[in-house]
Write a protein that binds this ligand. Structure first.
Ligand code: UDP
Ligand code: MG
Length: 140
């Protein structure tokens, strides 16, 4: 069984999309292992998006992910990473297909409603950042 870390970003929370986003994952057979609403601070945001440091959109991205409460979840199912990425859709909502979360709910970069881990390695790194000391999450 595979796991992924999902974030309903502050723009998604502010727009009232928490239930809708979680429902899409549940309907697709994901089981919720962890679920937490939290304010992501700048230090955590910098670590989560460390691979993007130096990009022209980095500052705006940090601002967007820290501007209000987010909902962070760990979800589980077979092929969780790939299926979640397909449900979420392309990074830019302009490019995201209808039927995907970003395609249906839009938003303007960097505000694209939701984050999902892009690999098992990313999941392990992100689970360690958002749920430190929760060793059960790393048993995969
Ligand atoms: N982002 C942006 N402009 C870009 C690329 C990315 O604002 O040109 C933001 C956007 O919020 C995206 C996040 O940075 O979700 C992380 O980028 P990544 O390439 O990892 O996209 P994702 O995995 O979220 O689809
Ligand atoms: Mg990414």
């Amino acid at each position: 069984m595979e796991r992924t870390l999902i974030i309903v970003k502050p723009d998604g929370v502010a727009r009232g999309l928490v239930g809708t986003v979680l429902e899409r994952f549940e309907r697709r057979g994901f089981r919720i292992l962890r679920l937490e609403m939290r304010q992501i601070d700048r230090a955590l945001a910098e670590q989560h998006y460390a691979h993007l440091a130096g990009k022209p959109f980095f500052e705006g991205l940090l601002e967007a992910i820290t501007e209000g409460p987010a909902v962070v979840a760990v979800l589980e199912r077979e092929n969780a990473i790939k299926i979640a990425r397909n449900l979420i859709g392309a990074t830019n909502p302009v490019d995201a297909a209808a039927g995907t979360i970003r395609g249906d709910f839009g938003g303007e970069l960097p505000r694209n409603v939701v984050h999902g881990s892009d690999s098992v390695e990313s999941y392990l790194r992100e689970a360690g950042l958002f749920f430190p000391g929760d060793r059960d999450l790393l048993q995969i």
